[in-house]
Design a protein around this ligand. Sequence first.
Ligand SMILES: *Cc1c(COP(=O)(O)O)cnc(C)c1O
Length: 231
Amino acid sequence: METLQYSLQLIEEEIQAACTRSERQREDVTVIAVTKQVSTKRAQEVIEIGVLDLGENRPEGILTKQEGIQMDNVNWHFIGNVQSRKVKDIIDKIDFLHSLDRMSIAKEIQKRASSQVDCFVQVNVSGEASKSGLQPEELEEFIRQLTEFDKIRVIGLMTMAPFTQDKELIRSVFRSLRNLRDDLAAKNMDHAPCTQLSMGMSNDYTIAIEEGATHVRIGTALVGTESEGDG
Ligand SMILES: *Cc1c(COP(=O)(O)O)cnc(C)c1O
């Protein structure tokens, strides 16, 4: 618990500094604690020190954590790739979906969700073959096709930076996502306000904030990793 508190404090200082450098307000950035590699107990502890947004990348992860943590003030973020047939298992249990990237998922949400879901459309800005997400040039067409999907509200875009030490390359990816977001937001689509930016993880969240991230998804730097049964 103490180390957790300490990690959060360091992260908060880094976030504050990044906000100051980019003339942004701290409250415009939401920290999502990514708990996919830790126990429910550790996830509970991170809530107790005040982080009320949790992220998981597998349906089982969300379901297990929710079963153990029955609190209504927690926001649940699904950040991973989801198979269409699993959408029904999670869609009414999450507050945000960060990984909408294909029509089959959109159709399944439309069919299964009992109320509107706030979604980020995932974009593969870096173009790496291994990454999910739409190509930037497919984005607008995809979002326009969602006009009739009243269960989906596109609140923003999400990306993952390439795995590299090259900070300028990472920055250029985040900047591209921001530009895409700005273009879409300017179109004032009712179903797609597209004002939010989910980008930045443990290694690159300060760069992401400097480039406009509204949601950073922080796993290892905050909660560490635990092996099964630990903690
Ligand atoms: C695991 C994961 C994160 C967190 O990664 P860390 O490097 O541990 O901070 C963020 N986003 C997504 C989509 C992830 O799968």
